[in-house]
Design a protein around this ligand. Sequence first.
Ligand code: ZN
Length: 506
Amino acid sequence: MSTASQDKRVAAFREYVKKMVSYGQALAILNWDLRTKAPRKGVEARSELLGVLSGEHFKLSTSDQMAEYLQALQEPDTFAALDPITQKTVLECKKEYERSKKIPPDRFQAFVVLAAQAGSVWEEAKAHNDFASYRPYLEKIVQFQLEFIEYWGYKDNKYDTLLDMYEPGMTVAQLDPMFATIRDKSVNLLDRIMASPHKRDTSFLTQNYDVAAQEAFSRYVIERVGYDFKAGRMDVSVHPFCTTFAPTDVRITTRFNPNDFQTALFGCIHETGHAIYEQNISMDLFGTPLCDGTSMGIHESQSRFWENMVGRSLPFWNHFYTDVVKAFPTQLEGISIDQFYYGINEVTPSLIRIEADELTYNLHIMIRYEIEKALIDQKIEVGDLPRIWNEKMKEYLGIVPDTDANGVLQDVHWSDGSFGYFPTYSLGNVYAAQIANVLKKELSDYEALISAGEFTPIREWLKARIYQYGKMKSPNELLHDITGELGNASYLVDYLEKKFSAIYHL
Ligand code: ZN
């Protein structure tokens, strides 16, 4: 093909992709509005609109036109001549195209219907502590996963195919040793913490904290950390989230608990971690599917780095302690910074994942990972889940749920077939510690910077190494370029050991 007609084809492809991405942005805005602003009566009409536009988006990504572009642009000489952004865009579109096309439309449709039913059945089952009514739905959901894996194909392990959706390139072979390390070291550390006589009063954190004051303080902190309010906004929603329409418009939400100091503030810092990533992706990638975080795990590494490794660190509060006492003088009267630091890092085994502390959180993930893997390997059955769940809770966390509602039924995720998603939370912690290890070596005054409230050098470092690339680098590539190795859990367990040994005088 002549260069001129090749250029024309590339331009047409990029235009086509931009249209697809625009549908995605419109959907994101409508979703954001639905979850933050829309009146109750408008929900049904909005859901219908979302359905229509998702359908259009799906058609564009799986059309004959897309197939034609992909075929032509993947021809080796043609592909080699493409610029790097177009190359990666072709590969991303190909991945999405194949994932969607390999499933027969009637089977996909049947799954969508089932997942919608399973969602409402789960809600009822959780409310009435009734696993038996949910069981047949979950069984069918798992069957669908197995069927889809056959369409998509797999190499060593069926579960790898599911992992790859959330963490491209991640495998059971890589995860198993990492998670075994986390599980064993965390269980051991937790035992020692529970036996430690060094316990302090933390009730000051759950007094009445005025919501308006919480909001003002949260906004102050996240702006200082580096959330750009000129390229975003913060609203309230039931479940906090971060959503991106463009790097110049990245929005976060939070929720307020008038009787808990930590919910809103640390939730805000968490979402800010996600948002700073998205606000710093190169604008060159805008209008392509690459203008996004590279994986769930890398994304979560940034939210958890800012929330836990920075936001729950002593240097951070060395800087903000005067401010927080000024914001809440009665609640924090007579509370030393040490007591405050202990309070925000207190470790308590608990039943509910989303309320777990920094250490025990990973153990909640281990339980879900082990169960998912065994279900997909068909080594256990859905009917066994309540028993297995409780056994693992006892083994890892030392507590047993009083009800299935507080146990196996607590998360919605399996209802829509999100298998392979939970591990990305712990991977986020693994990556965060691994990346922070390099960051601390290269920015030798890291702690002094945080104590001084100077977050710009840290943000700039992360932008140069991670944020700007969006999806241009795969998670493994990104991690290897920064740390010289693939995922390695030893940095996380060392970090946890050091931090909690100091707090609990172990
Ligand atoms: Zn997150």
